[in-house]
Design a protein around this ligand. Structure first.
Ligand code: ASP
Length: 332
């Protein structure tokens, strides 16, 4: 078999990578925050005006919460946490409330956070009773000598830390139940049914970067399955002066490519822009058969959004203004 068709297919997939418009040549910001609320088959035809408005409002609330921290001189790591929290509490996103169901009809959530100044990081995988997984990831970073806790140990750690504990059914929503039924019956299996995630990257007034990601994972995942979201270097990475990344997409491919660390390494070692580095990394994801996207901020605070899916809920905010978008062809 000749390699030519494969190479042509890979080139096509790479060309399909979409870079969302960002400020043309933004001045170095005092602070800036960029977020995503998941990527997938998100097309104009598949969304009602009401759904569009709901997602836009959800993104704006997250941006406002993170901006509040940064505007008052708070740290990038506090800002990404503050931005992720309202998305975890908002049932339209696949993070806390509103997380997708496993094949067993339960919820298992993953989250990670990383601070670019120290490259300290914390994450939890497969938590089932922690209302806000990003707070558990933060506690792992700040209050333990470890980077990652999983399963019952992660739930127990969060409980010990005094975090809010909820029954697993707290995460239930009708919309995700219907998505599970659809996937299990294999009537339709759209990417929107399958996944979603929330994430944030930020630079604070001291030039510190941070990144955070939370997800319910993929609809009908086998219990015990862990995606890229809690893995430092796959979905989340931050290093001061280099870049901060939060990813969303088909996690297995993002793990295999090591997307977030690959992007930051290309920036650091090859001097590529965050956009070019992300297109390369997502090109590898696409070549393997995966899709998704990333939000990025470089060492100087310039944001970028790169994805190879039809759409990605996304936005940025800084002292000069803010912007949100949903579809691949959305202009600023
Ligand atoms: N990356 C997540 C996972 O694989 C899902 C997503 O971002 O849509 O668990």
């Amino acid at each position: 078999m000749t390699l030519k068709p494969l190479i042509a297919a890979a080139a096509l997939l790479l060309a399909a990578c979409t870079t969302a418009p960002v400020p043309a040549d933004p001045p170095a910001p005092e602070w800036r925050l960029a977020i995503h609320g998941g990527a997938g088959v998100i097309t104009r035809g598949s969304m009602t005006p009401e759904q569009e408005a709901e997602f836009t409002a959800g993104l704006q609330a997250a941006l406002a919460a993170g901006a509040e921290v940064l505007r008052n001189g708070g740290s990038a790591v506090d800002a990404v946490q503050a931005a992720v929290l309202p998305m975890e509490d908002n049932p339209i996103f696949n993070a806390g409330k509103g997380a997708v169901f496993t094949a067993a009809g339960t919820h298992e959530l993953d989250a990670s956070i990383m601070e670019g100044a120290t490259r300290n990081a914390g994450s939890v995988a497969g938590v089932t009773i922690v209302k806000n997984p990003i707070l558990a990831a933060r506690a792992v970073m700040d209050k333990s000598e470890h980077v990652m806790f999983a399963g019952p140990g992660a739930d127990a750690f969060a409980k010990e830390q005094g975090l809010e504990i909820v029954p697993n059914t707290y995460f239930d929503t009708e919309r995700r139940r219907e998505a599970l039924d659809r996937v299990l019956e294999e009537r339709t299996r759209t990417a929107e049914d399958r996944h979603g995630t929330v994430g944030a990257v930020a630079i604070d007034i001291n030039g510190n970067l941070a990144a955070a990601t939370t997800t319910g994972g993929m609809t009908a995942k086998t219990p015990g399955r862990i995606g890229d979201s809690p893995l430092i270097g796959a979905a989340t990475y931050a290093e001061n002066g280099v870049c901060a990344v939060s990813a969303t997409g088909h996690g297995e491919y993002f793990i295999r490519v090591g997307v977030a660390k690959t992007i930051c390494d290309r920036v650091k070692l090859k001097g590529e822009s965050i956009g070019d580095a992300a297109r390369e990394a997502l090109g590898e994801v696409a070549t393997l058969g995966g899709d998704g996207g990333v939000v990025l901020i470089d060492g100087d605070g310039h944001p970028d959004f790169v994805f190879n899916s039809e759409g990605m809920y996304r936005g940025w905010i800084d002292a000069t203004g803010s912007w949100t978008a949903i579809y691949g062809d959305d202009e600023q």
